[in-house]
Design a protein around this ligand. Structure first.
Ligand code: FAD
Length: 483
C-alpha cells in the first residue's frame, strides 16, 4: 500500500502529473475565489510556474490586485470588514496570471496563507524551476466555499475583473466598483458554469477527499502525485479511487441521487455479436450474490417494475444464513444469521413471505468454548450497570455520524475517531466495559480490538443499539432459511 511521505526537494519528473491540493479549510475565501474562476468563469486550471521571473508584481498590477488593494477602501469589499485583501486567480506567480484574472476580497490571513503555500510549493516541489501543475480542492464542502461546493453559477456580487489600464489612484475613488473605474463585476456566462455533480471527486490515500479542478471527465489520475499540507508541511499522497454516485460527498452527488439509498448504475459495453442471441438473458439489472443484500435488492427492484437476475455461485440462496435441521426431532437451529433488527421493514419483509416472527432475548447469553478441547472458557463480564453506561456513552459518540447507519457514508474529512482501532476508541472514551458485548454482536471479524472503529460501527451502529435495548426478532421456527 502506498503511504504518504513528507517531501523535501523533489524536482519534477517529465510527464508526471502534479496536483497542488489546496486545503480549503485553511483558506476558504481564496479557495472560493479559485473555484469561481475555474467552475464559473472557466479560467485555466493547469498552471505554469516560470521560476522566479520577476513578473509577479507586474502581473498583479495588470490584474488590478495591487497594494494598497481596492478591497481596503470599501469599493470591492464584502460586508465582512476582515475581507480586505485582494485575491486573484490565476495567481500572479504563474504565467497565466495578470490581465483578466478573477478577483475577490478575502481575509488577510487566509490570503497570506494561500500565498505561503504556493511559494513553498514552488520552492520545494518545483525546486524553484519552471513547472506545470494542476489544482485540486481539499475539504471543499461546508458553507464557506460555495463556489467549490454546491453554490450556484451566478456572481454573488463580489467577483470582479479589472478592466482598466492600471493607472488608478485608489484613494480618490468612490465606494462602488464600476467599469468606468476599471473594476467591473465579472459577468458569469451560464454556458461556462460547471455544475457540482460533474466535478470529479477522489479519495486520497491519507483518507481525505479532493475535488479536481478539471472539466475533463475521462483523464486518468492513477499516477498523479497530490501535494497536500498538514500543519503547514507538504506531503505526497495519491488517489486511491475516484468516487461516483452515492460515494461522492453530498454536494457533488447528482441531484437525482440525493436522499436515495440505491445502487449506483454502471454501464458495461459488451460486444453481444459474439454470443448466440438465443442464449443471451436480457434483464434490467444483474445482481451478483444471492445473500441478504442481493435477494432483498432483487425484490425491491422487481416491486419497482424492473427485471432482475440474481447470480449466485452456491446452490442455495441466503449467503451467511445457515440453519441446521435435526432430522430425528425435526428441530431447526440457526447457526449463521440468528436475529434481526426490530424494525418495521424487517417485519414487513418476513410478513410478505408469511414467515412468523418472535422476540429473541437469549442472544447475548453466549457460552464460550475452546473448540480444541470442548471445555468452557471462563470469561469475566463487566458489571451490567457499567456496560449500560458505557453503551450509552458509545451511542452518544456515534450519534454524531447518523449517515453511517445506512452504509459507508463517511464524513469528510474522515474523523480520527473512525480511523483509530476499536480498542483505542474504547480506551479514549473510557468505555472498555462494552468490549465483551460488542464482540458478541460483531462476530467473525478477527481481532475486533485492532480493526478500525468504522468497521465496527458498520455493524454496531445506532439501529443495532436501539434494537439491543428493546430486543431482537427471529423466526418463530428458528429457521431463517425459510426466507
Ligand atoms: C457468524 C455470523 C453471524 C451473523 N449473525 C447475524 C445476525 O444474527 N443478524 C444479522 O442481521 N446479521 C448477522 N450477520 C451478518 C450477516 O451475515 C451479513 O450482514 C449478511 O449476510 C450480509 O449479506 P450479503 O448479502 O451482503 O452477504 P452474504 O450473506 O455474504 O452473501 C453474499 C452471497 O454472494 C455470493 N457470492 C459471492 N461472490 C460471488 C460471485 N463472484 N458470484 C456469485 N455469487 C457470489 C455468496 O455465495 C453469498 O451467497 C452474521 C454474520 C456472521 C459471519
Amino acid at each position: 500500500m502506498r503511504a504518504f511521505t513528507l517531501i523535501a526537494l523533489v524536482p519534477f519528473t517529465l510527464g508526471q502529473q502534479y496536483m497542488l491540493n489546496l486545503n480549503c479549510a485553511d483558506y476558504p475565501g481564496p479557495c472560493n475565489n479559485d473555484c469561481y474562476a475555474i467552475y464559473v468563469a472557466n479560467k485555466q486550471r493547469i498552471l505554469n510556474y516560470n521560476g522566479p521571473d520577476g513578473q509577479s508584481a507586474a502581473r498583479r498590477r495588470a490584474a488590478g490586485c495591487v497594494s494598497p488593494t481596492p478591497c481596503r477602501n470599501g469599493r470591492m469589499a464584502t460586508s465582512n470588514p476582515d475581507e480586505d485583501t485582494c485575491d486573484e486567480y490565476p495567481y500572479a506567480s504563474v504565467v497565466e496570471g495578470g490581465s483578466g484574472a478573477i478577483l475577490r476580497c478575502t481575509d488577510f490571513d487566509e490570503n497570506a496563507e494561500e500565498g505561503r503555500r504556493l511559494s513553498r510549493f514552488f520552492r520545494s516541489t518545483c525546486g524553484g524551476e519552471p513547472c506545470t501543475f494542476d489544482i485540486t480542492f481539499g475539504n471543499p464542502g461546508g458553507g464557506n466555499t460555495p463556489y467549490c461546493a454546491d453554490g450556484g453559477g451566478a456572481n454573488d456580487g463580489y467577483q470582479y475583473v479589472y478592466q482598466g489600464n492600471g493607472n488608478y489612484n485608489l484613494h480618490s475613488r468612490d465606494s462602488n466598483a464600476t467599469e468606468d473605474d476599471g473594476w467591473g463585476l465579472h459577468e458569469a456566462d451560464p454556458a461556462d458554469y460547471f455544475p457540482p455533480h460533474l466535478r470529479r471527486e477522489f479519495l486520497l490515500a491519507d483518507g481525505s477527499r479532493t475535488i479536481l479542478s478539471t472539466r475533463d471527465l475521462t483523464a486518468s489520475y492513477d499516477d498523479a502525485i497530490f501535494y497536500s499540507t498538514r500543519n503547514g508541511t507538504f506531503y505526497q499522497t495519491y488517489a486511491i479511487k475516484e468516487l461516483f454516485g452515492l460515494e461522492k460527498s453530498l454536494e457533488f452527488q447528482d441531484p437525482a441521487l440525493k436522499n436515495t439509498r440505491r445502487a449506483v448504475p454502471f454501464v458495461v459495453n459488451v460486444d453481444t455479436s459474439v454470443f448466440n442471441d438465443a442464449s443471451i438473458i436480457r434483464k434490467d439489472v444483474a445482481i451478483i450474490g444471492g445473500g441478504s443484500s442481493g435477494t432483498h435488492a432483487s425484490i425491491e427492484l422487481k416491486d419497482q417494475g424492473h427485471t432482475v437476475i440474481v447470480i449466485e455461485h452456491k446452490d442455495r440462496m441466503g449467503g451467511h444464513t445457515e440453519t441446521y435441521i435435526d432430522h430425528s426431532t425435526g428441530r431447526s437451529i440457526d447457526y449463521g444469521v440468528v436475529v434481526f433488527h426490530n424494525e418495521n421493514r424487517v417485519k414487513d419483509y418476513f410478513a410478505r413471505f408469511n414467515i412468523s416472527m418472535t422476540m429473541e432475548n437469549s442472544t447475548l447469553n453466549t457460552g464460550f468454548y475452546d473448540l480444541r478441547t470442548g471445555k468452557v472458557v471462563k470469561t469475566s463480564n463487566a458489571e451490567p450497570d457499567k456496560v449500560a453506561a458505557a453503551l450509552e456513552k458509545y451511542a452518544h459518540v456515534v450519534s454524531q455520524w447518523p449517515e453511517l447507519d445506512s452504509g459507508m457514508f463517511l464524513p469528510t474529512p474522515v474523523p480520527d475517531d473512525l480511523i483509530m482501532s476499536f480498542g483505542a476508541f474504547a480506551k479514549k472514551y473510557n468505555i472498555e466495559a462494552i468490549i465483551p458485548t460488542v464482540s458478541r454482536l460483531n462476530t467473525g471479524v478477527g481481532d475486533l480490538l485492532t480493526m478500525p472503529m468504522v468497521e465496527n460501527l458498520r455493524v454496531v451502529g445506532l439501529s443495532l443499539l436501539k434494537t439491543l435495548s428493546g430486543g431482537f426478532l427471529t423466526t418463530k421456527n428458528r429457521s431463517n432459511s425459510e426466507l
